[in-house]
Design a protein around this ligand. Structure first.
Ligand code: ADP
Length: 235
């Protein structure tokens, strides 16, 4: 069947996926494609299934094992139904994450917070010395490179987190409520940065509650309601 053949242009291709926790159906027969280079907002009330969707994409949860129709998930070219557990870290290296609470390491300065990602995959020191300041500079934080997270504003901390998400050149960035802890100006700065990253070709998916930001920035809007995609279109 044509729909089940993964296409190279699809960053995310989900067909007929359900996820059930005990008695709770968190996602119900969801099908969704996000193409290479797209920018998509994902919205939905608490409990709608947004976190489960993210967990599905990074193989933290598995699709229910249903035969007819069989579920299908590819992310960045990886078939997540077939992927072996030992290859999950390789999949995750193709994705950059940005979180609501930044998740920076408070005992490390800005350079080391970003370098940490590259050190954990044994990147050469020479490359780390070149790449880390480059990406920190892109986020407008060159003058803060030796400072620690608690010496930075919330907006600056989120920019460090975006630098960390970008440093390994991911194909896809998933931002989970990235503006939830920020003041109004920093919310807009953060969204602008994510848009700029998208303009340079990286696929970006932003899960958010902030309808004002969605309206202001526009783009593709995917609304999840009680585990199904209730709306998917451009706004
Ligand atoms: P959202 O991120 O939109 O708030 P979730 O994906 O976290 O929604 O949750 C979807 C549904 O699945 C909710 O009803 C939630 O209570 C339930 N759920 C989420 N995680 C678990 C879990 N680990 N065990 C049982 N139920 C869960």
């Amino acid at each position: 069947m044509q729909a089940l053949i993964p296409c190279i242009d699809d960053m995310i291709d989900i067909e007929h996926v359900s996820v059930t926790y005990g008695e709770t159906a968190a996602l119900r027969d969801v099908s969704l494609r996000i193409d290479d280079g797209e920018f998509a907002f994902v919205v939905g009330e608490n409990g709608a299934g947004k976190s489960t969707l993210i967990k599905l994409l990074i193989r933290e949860v598995m699709a229910d094992d249903i035969r007819d129709p069989e579920p299908h998930i590819t992310v960045n070219g990886y078939d997540l139904i077939e992927l072996r557990q030992r290859d999950v870290p390789t999949l995750r290296r193709t994705i950059g994450f940005v979180f609501q609470d930044f998740k920076l390491i408070n005992t490390m300065n800005v350079f080391d917070n970003v370098a940490f990602v590259l050190r954990s995959i044994d990147a050469p020191t020479k490359y780390i010395r070149k790449r880390v300041p480059q990406v920190i500079g892109l986020m407008g934080l060159g003058s803060k490179i030796n400072q620690y997270p608690d010496e930075l504003s919330g907006g600056e901390q989120q920019r460090v987190a975006i630098a960390r998400a970008l440093v390994n050149n991911p194909q896809l960035i998933i931002a989970d409520e990235p503006t939830g802890n920020l003041d109004p100006r920093a919310k807009i700065e953060t969204m602008k940065l994510l848009k700029e990253i998208n303009d340079k070709g990286t696929t970006v998916m932003v899960v958010t509650h902030e309808h004002d930001l969605v309206k202001r920035f526009g783009g593709r809007l995917i609304n999840i309601k009680e585990g199904v995609i209730a709306y998917d279109g451009m706004i």
